[in-house]
Design a protein around this ligand. Structure first.
Ligand code: S3P
Length: 195
């Protein structure tokens, strides 16, 4: 089922009808969606931990994302990404965790299946493709091997959007104010700092 802003909270209804709050939330979406910055702000608002899957990959592989792409190719990056996701899912989440996935992670069927098996809560951070491209241009410090020409960027976005749309929730980030979007995600999921 798809929920948009202001819809009912996520969480599993128990046999007694009460709703448990999610403890592990995954932010998905295209490059430039704000997954990492919103994830950090959200974790801070909730007093939860934040994790960036790309950072975990870099630390496990001991080389930057663009080096993995350049030296070993995208398929090796996807293997490392899947393995990092497995590691994240195998860890306990007593205090709650927000995880930002890289733009291609949720598109890979085996990753989506892992998240579904784990009953993970997924939130699609959405924005018009021209806004995403502009944000990526502004974030020159982030190396993105798959951000090529605007035309290729748009094509990849069109191919991937149906996959992101499979996330349980969608939040618009058009005029991204990171703190405000984080607040929207929290409200959408029914999460508060005390949860
Ligand atoms: C990728 C997006 C990047 C990173 C890698 C591949 C993609 O993450 O995982 O460069 O396939 O779209 P961001 O979405 O955080 O830029």
């Amino acid at each position: 089922m798809k929920h948009t802003l202001g819809s009912r909270p996520a969480g599993n209804a128990s046999a007694h009808g009460s709703v448990s709050v999610p403890r592990l939330v995954f932010l998905v979406g295209f490059m430039g969606a704000g997954k990492s910055s919103v994830g950090r702000a959200l974790a801070q608002q909730l007093g939860w931990k934040f994790e960036d899957l790309d950072e975990r990959i870099v630390s496990r592989e001991q080389r930057p994302v663009e080096r993995i792409f350049r030296d070993s190719g995208e398929s090796e990056f996807r293997r490392a990404e899947h393995s990092a996701l497995r590691a994240v899912l195998s860890e306990p989440d007593a205090g709650g965790r927000i995880v930002a996935l890289g733009g291609g992670a949720f598109v890979q069927a085996e990753n989506a299946a892992l998240l579904a098996q784990a009953s993970a809560v997924t939130v699609f951070l959405d924005a018009p493709v021209e806004v995403l491209f502009r944000r990526c241009l502004q974030e020159q410090q982030v190396e993105r091997p798959l951000r090529k020409s605007e035309e290729e960027f748009r094509k990849l976005y069109v191919t991937r959007r149906p996959y992101y749309s499979k996330a349980a929730f969608r939040v618009e980030t058009g005029d991204l104010d990171v703190v405000a979007v984080a607040g929207q995600v929290a409200r959408t999921l029914g999460l508060r700092a005390s949860d």
